[in-house]
Design a protein around this ligand. Sequence first.
Ligand SMILES: Nc1ncnc2c1ncn2[C@@H]1O[C@H](COP(=O)(O)OP(=O)(O)OP(=O)(O)O)[C@@H](O)[C@H]1O
Ligand SMILES: [Mg+2]
Length: 353
Amino acid sequence: MPIKRFKADRFRCLKSLSLEFDPAVNLVVGPNASGKTSLLEAIAYLGRGRSFRGSPPSSLILHGEKEFVLFGTVLARGRERSIGVRNSRAGLEAKIDGAADVGAADLAEALPLQVIDPEVHELVAGGPEQRRRFLDGVAFHVEHRFLDAWRRYRRILKQRNALLRSGETGADVWTGQLVEAGAEVDAARRRVLEVCQPALEERASGLLDGDVRFEYRPGWSQELSFEQALNQSTERDVAAGSTQVGPHRADLKLIYDERQARRLVSRGQQKLLACSMVLAATEVVQTALEEPLLLLLDDPAAELDTDSLARLINHVAGLGCQVIATSLRSDAPVFPAEPRRFHVEHGDIQVAS
Ligand SMILES: Nc1ncnc2c1ncn2[C@@H]1O[C@H](COP(=O)(O)OP(=O)(O)OP(=O)(O)O)[C@@H](O)[C@H]1O
Ligand SMILES: [Mg+2]
């Protein structure tokens, strides 16, 4: 679902801009602190209702202003949809095709996107939460009932944890429902992984030369059912005041040439592994939605040698998704087809002549 027109007002250093993107590849070039990442962050905000850098909304408003406003048009199944987001002290206000009462899930449905930025290696090097979020992001698009099951699971977990914390007995009244919702979340994740795994491994071996495996850990001992694991963990749960096992503790272990990627591979290799995950997710979601996705590529050259960067760009180009990439240099990265070029300076972005 390529983004066509995009406007940003008072978002970080971007005072006011209006751009038209190419449905294929766009390259935004500018020096340090010119606003490249801010542009991608603004576009991603339109599709997620939050910053991919984890910045609180108030820090995204141009210094001295009270709100930021974003607007975009997106092509979906031959139809143009408009998305608007305003963030002020009153909070987030979003509209799709003029209709209000729009939440983050609606935004993600209207403008599905993936991000590769210089922090992407954190997907491999960081904690399990990021990998769970990654997996769940794919599940959201390809498994229709996932969001509902995940929300139910979170709600019941919260209630169970509140009882555990209060020191009252009877947290078990929630166990049956927790098991049911948890089983749905777990089953959806396993189905998603089954579809993603071949794509993940193919991308990873293309980018890195080596064997890559992904091992799913559901969040409890695999010898037990979730219900058995919950029953066995009751004492620990009471002591900790929270539920210690379950899909909220799941992880995805990455094994590269029999080494645990999280600890034992170089930073550049971690970036390539993480990129292979994002590219595989892009491929799988695109296939499910039958629409090209938007891929935001912030400073892809960071941490990569010339050869690795070229491989990454070739894989990206091969996906046929819409790309908005940034770079410090106008001569790199090199895409197989000439991109639409933009130049950015002091938060002002223009089509390069
Ligand atoms: N809320 C804000 N209001 C005004 N300016 C801001 C705000 N938040 C960040 N900035 C500034 O915006 C500028 C651009 O930041 P950005 O991260 O987009 O640059 P960049 O082009 O990606 O740089 P680099 O090449 O170093 O990654 C920085 O100078 C930053 O301090
Ligand atoms: Mg940047």
